[in-house]
Ligand binder design. Structure first.
Ligand code: ADP
Ligand code: ZN
Ligand code: ZN
Length: 737
């Protein structure tokens, strides 16, 4: 039976053309149906070109059945199939899983998995030169030309730059030789981009405890199935060398390994150690790669030619054909949470990706998150623990310095006990570190005359003075302005004063106290990239630095053999504010910073400047009893069903129009889900009530653990009309609130 079109004419193809669903990498994208022209064989995963509106775009043939009810005339044809390795079923399922969990459009997640679309073009063979058969008559063979011909004597082609260099001639010489018919252009086979890490390359010999731990991880990889293991152990216990053995096992199995690092730009020492263990450098994946390296890396991963990949969280979405191991190093780090676009936690998604890939997942940290520690306790994760520092080094002695009893001098920030300790350390020829998690000179500037405080025009935040650059800066939106000559409020001239310390101000104080000391500041503005980080690490290792002053950058897994004293300038800094995880995070951060001290023969010492030495966080650090602290933390969260004993999701409502943001937040509040084990908190101003000129309100959905938040959120959002000027961002498992 035919179907009637609007014109009343019966139109029915004899046999309807096959259809496919194609997912497009667009922020609002879901799968659309397309017609498959004759002669195309399309299986799920194929990269295809399809029309979309007035243009063409690349998408992926997706799983699931096309909609048979969609009339034939509304279908458009697939235009082309790309010659690229198809997206694996595992990666397609992962994209769908992440989309469903984070309530993101699948197209937005696919976009992350297609982060190098130009990689889909087949790689161009490289152009080069080889010897030509017959030179023209009368061509002169100069000594330079002779050298070029000698390099090409074996008949193989060479790339121009490489050839000119090997022969010691200018590139112009090659062009002249080509004109003379001495050499001719040739296409060269592509060389593999990445050298193969060798699992049998001799690395450092493991200690007995490391060997046991490595055996456990190796066995998990060898099982060829899904498992998650929490690898813990004090700072300096040698966890890296242990999980390297899991990587080696994975390579022996012929599968790929992925290592996620929280801050790849700061990982020079890590890369040195990888090279020492496997003989070559691993492939890298992060946002700073050039587009060419990105393309080559993406392709190499897809072809299985990058056996070990080290990357930032986005590396989870690369097209590994057979992933056997994922390591998440420093799994407690909040850098693994992506807050923009698709809001996801890479540590949690790593476990999911490992499950879909039948791979082993290893979460490593000296200070595991309460989430992971709880999963290990309940047996969902296996647990491997290294009890002591490698090589017999002791853990540093941690002392609290009570700022109420021994305050710094007026206008200073280092207390007498800390000043003495740094002085003694420097006198012994050892290195000291001062840690303050605040960039710039002063976190706030106010007018002495009228009390006005200088704020960012776009955010609910103080402007931070950066004295070196003579300017004020917002650390949230990047707004910059000169330090005002006169108070913008009352007009008094030169009346502004800095309030509180940043690392630049600590530097000023240190210079006055220890004028002879060679000081290095490590903050994101002084260590802008991998090269600077590597240079800083080398200068410290080579003892060209006596005193290090740094922000949280210094907490990142560094191994500085001569560093014996760590001073924490403001140990209370992270405890302010209403963040659920403030205490947990402060313990983790300060324990990591403390862990930089005394990593070799000479014992380390740590001084925490605090106004609350009796605070459980300071007590945990002083007594080195993180487990007791975490148990107390767990006991505090259990009764109220706070994570990890319950589920949490945040809705962030934002708009440039404050009233519109309020209205939508109120509507969401009125439509809030309820019932047994479900609670909605808010609306309330979000932690940064104004950010980049947008007013932000927040609602929190808290449920019991056995209740899934996604269906609740979907129903909830469907009930409320959100005007175009308002954005509602969903954050499942928010970390900072
Ligand atoms: P963690 O990650 O547990 O803090 P690391 O893996 O950074 O500890 O190891 C601490 C230091 O000890 C590093 O400098 C590392 O190179 C060294 N190390 C660890 N294991 C060995 C080993 N088996 N042989 C030699 N050096 C080792
Ligand atoms: Zn003023
Ligand atoms: Zn701002």
């Amino acid at each position: 039976a035919g179907k009637r079109t609007r014109g009343g004419v019966t139109a029915e193809p004899v046999a309807p053309a096959p259809r496919v669903r194609v997912l497009l990498p667009l922020p609002l994208g879901h799968a659309y149906d397309y017609r498959v022209p004759d002669g195309f064989a399309l299986a799920p995963g194929a990269f295809v070109v399809v029309p979309l509106g007035g243009r063409e775009t690349i998408g992926v043939v997706w799983d699931g059945d096309p909609d048979p009810a969609l009339p034939e005339h509304r279908l458009r044809n697939v235009v082309a199939v790309l010659d690229a390795p198809p997206m694996t079923a595992v990666l397609r399922r992962f994209v769908d899983w992440v989309a469903a969990y984070t309530l993101s459009p699948p197209g937005a997640v696919l976009r992350m998995a297609m982060s190098a679309p130009s990689a889909l073009e087949p790689p161009a063979p490289q152009a080069g030169w080889r010897r030509a058969g017959m030179p023209r008559d009368g061509v002169r063979i100069t000594p330079m030309r002779r050298r070029v011909l000698d390099v090409l004597a074996d008949g193989a082609a060479r790339a121009g730059g490489e050839l000119a260099e090997a022969a010691g001639v200018a590139p112009a010489v090659l062009r002249g030789m080509a004109d003379a018919g001495l050499i001719e252009p040739a296409l060269m086979p592509r060389r593999p981009v990445f050298a193969l890490p060798d699992p049998e390359h001799p690395g450092p010999a493991l200690g007995a405890e490391q060997r046991d731990a490595a055996d456990a991880l190796r066995a998990a990889v060898a099982r060829h199935g899904f498992s998650t293991t929490l690898l813990t152990g004090v700072t300096g216990s040698g966890k890296t060398e242990v999980y390297f053995e899991a990587i080696a096992e994975c390579l022996r199995q012929g599968r790929q390994a992925l290592v996620l690092l929280p801050e790849i730009a700061l990982s020079a020492q890590w890369l040195d150690r990888f090279r020492a263990r496997f003989g070559v450098a691993p492939a890298l994946w992060h946002s700073e790669l050039t587009s060419r390296t990105r393309r080559e890396t993406w392709r190499a991963v897809a072809e299985g030619a990058a056996p070990v990949l080290v990357g930032a969280r986005s590396a989870l979405f690369l097209p590994y054909p057979d992933l056997g191991l994922i390591v998440v190093d420093e799994e407690h780090e909040t850098a693994f949470k992506q807050e923009e676009g698709v809001v996801y936690h890479a540590r949690d998604m790593a476990v999911v990706r490992a499950r879909l890939s039948d791979a082993a997942c290893v979460l490593a940290s000296a200070t595991p998150s309460l989430e992971s520690a709880t999963n290990a306790q309940t047996g969902r994760y296996a647990m491997v623990h290294l009890p002591a520092r490698h090589g017999g080094a002791e853990m540093p002695a941690v002392e609290a310095v009570d700022l109420r009893r021994t305050p710094p001098e007026r206008g200073r920030f280092l207390s007498p006990p800390l000043v003495v300790a740094v002085g003694e350390t420097l006198d012994r020829g050892e290195q000291a570190m001062l840690f303050l998690n605040r960039r710039g000179y002063a976190p706030m500037t106010l007018c002495r005359t009228c009390g006005h405080r200088l704020r960012c025009p776009n955010c609910t935040a103080w402007l931070v003075e950066h004295r070196a650059q003579r300017r004020l800066q917002c650390h949230h939106c990047g707004h910059v302005e000169p330090i005002p000559e006169a108070c913008p409020e009352c007009g008094s001239a030169h009346s502004t004063v800095p309030i509180g310390p940043g690392v630049e101000r600590v530097l000023e104080e240190a210079r006055a106290l220890w004028p002879e000391a060679r000081v290095l500041v490590m903050a994101s503005d002084t260590i802008p990239g991998p090269a600077a980080a590597a240079a800083a690490a080398k200068a410290i290792q080579d003892r060209e630095v006596d005193l290090i002053i740094g922000t949280q950058i210094v907490a990142k897994g560094w191994h500085f053999p001569h560093l014996t004293l760590v001073g924490v300038v403001d140990a209370d800094l992270g405890l302010a504010g209403g963040d659920l995880r403030a205490a947990e995070r402060t313990v983790q951060l300060l324990h990591q910073v403390a862990g930089r001290a005394g990593r070799e023969e000479r014992p380390g010492r740590v001084l925490l400047q605090t106004f609350a030495p009796e605070h459980p966080v300071m007590q945990a650090l002083v007594h080195g009893d993180l487990e007791a602290f975490m148990e107390a933390e767990a006991d505090g969260r259990r009764p109220g069903h706070w994570p990890p004993y319950g589920r949490l999701a945040a809705l962030i409502v934002s708009s440039e129009d404050e009233r519109a943001a309020d209205r939508t937040a109120r509507d969401l509040g009125l439509a809030a889900p309820g019932g047994e084990g479900v609670e909605v908190l808010g609306p309330a101003p979000a932690p940064l009530a104004v950010l980049r000129g947008r007013h932000r309100r927040r609602l929190l959905l808290k449920t019991r653990r056995d209740i899934a938040v996604q269906p609740l959120l979907e129903d909830w959002l469907a009930k409320v009309d959100v005007p175009g000027s308002v954005r509602v961002q969903v954050d499942v498992d928010p970390v900072g609130f």
